[in-house]
Design a protein around this ligand. Structure first.
Ligand code: UDX
Length: 466
């Protein structure tokens, strides 16, 4: 390892390649932290929107921070990679790694292209930092690739810095992460990356200094663990369903054990989104390639349990409707994969709506933010402009994404609008007793059809499981 101490930019100029969810947030937050930042994307429309102060997706708090960063003069956007290569001391690669169209592997086209196109153009010592979630071994492979292409050879270095931000909390998670992980291959890279995160390190944020492979593995391991925890409680829900036990009470009882904890132990319709499902599949695929498929074979089960929740939710709605869905009006509350997001990638809610439609139900979807994205994906479903409009005349109401406004809905108000007072709570987000007291038939996966227990005050339970 060499130090190259003199070549460390103490206040590095930052480029962020790829201004999707992760990249846009990272670029904005780095400028807020005081760095000069250039955001780069091949999509001119995205760049124009961001440069004009418009975030092209829904993320609470990000539009305000974008405008603040633009006003400071420290944040600029471009589609010109030459300019980026010239500008940056530290280049963050934030392009997507979607699931490949024909397998569970991650599609590495964008990552490879971003690294190599930059490497061709950079003419002074710089650090390329991967933030994308990638198959283990990518950083080593990409290092070899860029150093072969670059006129600088080994002077151009690669590091990895996995990102753990959650949609809906992206700004908070980026400005105040619970930890930083630096995958580095030299002391110079360690020092340069530390300089790029100085304001966050100065907050006392723990940093794990690791080799490249470990830093790649941290991300997929974290997401695998979270997915496993969710599927664990949902597997327990399946057992509850045949025994008459109540998975909500079970989760509550487990959550008091601090070794287990209540977070990510919320039963229901399961996980979706652009990360968890894709990451566990790509990890399984990569582990197979590496000859350790058996070590993560359980992730296939985690995925299967998760997918069964969607099918079982449809079963519950059909059961409530009297055995058939043909001609039944179902109000689907929620389309996004989770509240405070307009993201419908692999969204359990929308999957349920689609399955109901396929069985002949008359489906009306309402999501406070994701209606447009959902409509683009499934134009055949009906979309309502409000919760009220969605539930009018409904034979069954299905709560599929737990937005605050759905949780706070008054069962009396809804009673006046629906045809039948039947509700399936796909997210265990409602107070069953309150609905039942108002004459509603209430069902949730893993809970008895009739209330047998005196439940805790709902708010207390919710706090534990939030
Ligand atoms: C996730 C990781 O949390 C984050 O660290 C990583 O960087 C990206 O992937 P995100 O996709 O934004 O973040 O969503 P997350 O909040 O993790 O929720 C994932 C899914 O799990 C949602 O569909 C949510 O509804 C579901 N979920 C979550 C449950 O079903 N039960 C729970 O207890 C928690």
């Amino acid at each position: 390892m060499s130090t190259h101490a003199t070549q460390i930019a103490k206040h590095p100029k930052i480029t962020v390649i790829g201004t999707g969810y992760l990249g846009a947030t990272h670029a904005v937050c780095m400028a807020i932290l005081g760095f000069d930042v250039l955001g780069v994307d091949v999509d001119q429309k995205k760049i124009d929107a961001l440069a004009a102060g418009n975030v092209p997706f829904f993320e609470p708090g990000l539009p305000e921070k974008l405008r603040e960063a633009l006003d400071s003069g420290r944040l600029n956007f471009t589609t010109d990679l030459e300019r980026a290569a010239e500008f940056g001391d530290v280049h963050f690669i934030c392009v997507g790694t979607p699931q490949a169209p024909d397998s569970h592997a991650a599609d590495m086209t964008y990552v490879d292209s971003a690294f190599s196109e930059l490497a061709r153009r950079i003419t002074r010592k710089a650090l390329l930092v991967g933030k994308s979630t990638v198959p283990i071994g990518t950083a080593a492979r990409v290092t070899e690739l860029v150093q072969r292409i670059s006129p600088l050879g080994t002077e151009l270095e690669v590091a990895w810095n996995p990102e753990f931000l959650r949609e809906g909390f992206a700004v908070q998670d980026t400005l105040h992460p619970d930890r930083l992980v630096f995958g580095v291959a030299s002391l110079w890279a360690e020092h340069q990356l530390s300089a790029a995160f100085r304001p966050i390190l100065d907050q006392g944020t723990p940093v794990v200094m690791a080799d490249l492979a470990t830093s790649e593995l941290v991300k997929v391991a974290a997401n695998s663990f979270l997915a496993t925890k969710i599927s664990f409680i949902n597997a327990m829900a399946e057992v509850c369903e045949v025994t008459g036990a109540d998975v909500n009470l079970l989760a509550q009882a487990l959550s008091y054990d601090t070794r287990i904890g209540g977070r990510f132990l919320k039963p229901g319709l399961g996980f979706g989104g652009g990360c968890l499902p894709k990451d566990i599949r790509a990890f399984t695929h990569r582990a197979g390639e590496l000859g350790v498929g058996q070590a993560v074979a359980f992730l296939k089960e985690v995925d299967d349990i998760n997918n069964r929740r969607r099918v079982r939710t449809v079963d519950l709605i059909r059961e409530m409707a009297g055995g058939t869905l043909a001609g039944i009006r179902v109000a689907c509350l929620g389309a996004a994969f989770k509240p405070n997001s307009d993201d419908v990638r692999d969204a359990p809610a929308l999957d349920v709506a689609r399955m109901l439609y396929v069985e002949g139900a008359i489906v009306t979807v309402y999501d406070p933010e994701a209606n447009d994205n959902a409509h683009r994906l499934y134009p055949d479903l009906n979309y309502a402009e409000s919760m009220i409009a969605a539930v009018v005349g409904a034979d069954v109401v299905a709560l599929l994404t737990e937005w605050q406004q759905f949780r706070e809905a008054d069962p009396d108000d809804l009673s006046r609008l629906v045809s039948h007072k039947r509700i399936v709570d796909g997210r265990h987000a409602l107070d069953a007793d309150r609905y039942r007291a108002k004459g509603w038939q209430y069902r949730a996966l893993g809970r008895p059809a009739e209330s047998a227990t005196v439940a805790l005050a709902f708010d207390a339970r919710d706090e534990i499981l939030a």
